[in-house]
Design a protein around this ligand. Structure first.
Ligand SMILES: NC(=O)c1ccc[n+]([C@@H]2O[C@H](COP(=O)([O-])OP(=O)(O)OC[C@H]3O[C@@H](n4cnc5c(N)ncnc54)[C@H](O)[C@@H]3O)[C@@H](O)[C@H]2O)c1
Length: 393
């Protein structure tokens, strides 16, 4: 199969490596010749590293690299069966790109976007044949992260999502199917990991070192929310939060925080700028957590209850299947457990009580429990342990 990839930045280069490794011929296009050159160097370095670690032979690494063809001309895409874009996150620019691509490719070439925050329907709308359009959303770095969200738009022809899912699986990835709703699965369900942690900090319930400690040491997450936001960068993380909030018609559940906005405005982006929530300057001393276990458990319960509620609500609205929701959160963001499994383990009634207590205390919509959680508790059910949790209402 011949695959065209447009945009050779962080994502495009990574995706090109994945696809070339799977044995496809890849045409990698960028408008910027230097970006193409950088991508070639980065892919070569990455393959070289894998060969050094013994994961590939040098001959295989060379063969993979030989599958890649670098170009600046859309005309070279005439023989592509799939064209996937990973260019700048701008709807008008993406739409214009696909108008040009459609003039070149054959009628049965599939078109795809790696967008994180735009709707697939809005990009597909620019196409002459929107039925062939779909979202294929990788995570960064694409060669390492296993999860790929496959997102059919309202225009996507029946059957294409399943074909793309099988194709992506053949690339050695774990595809999940999700609806074309803001944030898809991962960027929607993960919002409270950041938002609720910041809220707990803002109220002075616990300091950030203690919150990070509670979530990692007591909760088993790989990184605490503050360390993770500093790692991702507040420019990126704040923008995603803002975009998800706006895309949900300003549902207060997704409201960004002033605390993070101020860091963003100040240019305190996190590790990359030397300062975020924490100070990364040479010689700076990181704050110590209180290690108060009772406080830590209260913090953890609040954050996890909010995450579970988001996952349950995504299930209630058929954003994805139970299996795909669990896969997305364990493989996409490395959560220690799937959130539905966590709900079952903790007991859906306990999760609901935690949320209802918060709601009664604050009277804010962000703490409203999903109707599905309430129904599962009312019917004495579980999400995964006793199938089906949703059919007996
Ligand atoms: N960075 C991430 O963590 C991440 C994760 C998942 C999805 N995404 C999405 O992937 C896309 C790319 O993100 P990125 O981080 O790789 O960006 P990037 O800035 O690293 O790379 C974008 C590349 O696209 C090129 N480009 C821009 N407009 C173009 C055009 N009209 N024609 C050809 N080339 C063009 C640029 O020269 C640049 O090399 C975005 O839609 C983003 O939302 C990003």
């Amino acid at each position: 199969m011949i695959i065209g990839i447009i945009g050779s930045g962080a994502m495009g280069a990574g995706i090109a490596q994945v696809v070339a490794t799977a044995g496809h011929t890849v045409r990698l296009l960028d408008q910027d010749a230097e970006a193409l050159q950088r991508a070639g160097t980065a892919i070569q370095a990455s393959l070289h590293k894998l060969a050094e670690k013994g994961k590939l032979t040098s001959a295989t690494a060379e063969a993979i690299f030989a599958n890649l063809h670098f170009t600046q001309a859309v005309a070279d895409f005439a023989d592509c069966e799939l064209v996937l874009e990973a260019i700048v996150e701008d709807l008008a620019v993406k739409q214009q790109l696909f108008r040009e691509v459609e003039l070149i490719v054959s009628a049965n070439c599939t078109l795809a976007s790696n967008t994180s925050s735009l709707s697939i329907a809005s990009i597909a709308a620019a196409c002459q044949r929107p039925g062939r359009f779909i979202g294929i959303h990788f995570f960064n770095p694409a060669p390492i992260m296993q999860l790929v969200e496959v997102i059919p738009a309202v225009q996507t022809r029946a059957g294409l999502a399943e074909e793309v899912r099988d194709l992506v699986q053949g690339w050695g990835k774990l595809p999940v199917l999700t609806k074309d709703t803001p944030g898809f699965i991962v960027n929607r369900v993960a919002r409270p990991f950041y938002g609720e942690a910041i809220r707990i900090l803002e109220e002075g319930i616990a300091d950030m070192a203690t919150i990070d400690w509670a979530v990692t040491e007591l909760g088993g997450f790989r990184m605490g929310p503050f360390a993770l936001m500093d790692f991702i960068g507040h420019d990126v993380n704040y923008r995603v939060t803002e975009s998800v909030f706006a895309s949900f018609f300003y549902d207060p559940r997704f409201k960004p925080s002033f605390t993070q906005k101020r860091l963003f405005e100040a240019g305190y982006y996190g590790r990359k700028s030397g300062r975020g929530f924490y100070d990364y300057a040479a010689g700076a001393v990181l704050p110590e957590p209180s290690r108060d276990e009772i406080l830590g458990r209260a913090v953890l319960h609040r954050v996890v209850a909010m995450l579970i509620n988001e996952a349950v609500d995504a299930l209630a609205l058929n954003v994805a299947s139970k299996e795909d929701l669990e896969l997305a959160m364990t493989k996409g963001v490395n959560y220690p457990k799937g959130l539905l499994a966590w709900a079952d383990e903790w007991g859906p009634a306990n999760v609901l009580t935690t949320l209802d207590d918060l709601y009664n205390e604050y009277r804010e919509d962000r703490y409203r429990a999903s109707p599905l959680l309430r129904r599962v508790v009312r019917n004495n059910q579980y999400f995964l342990q006793h199938e089906p949790a949703t059919s007996q209402q």
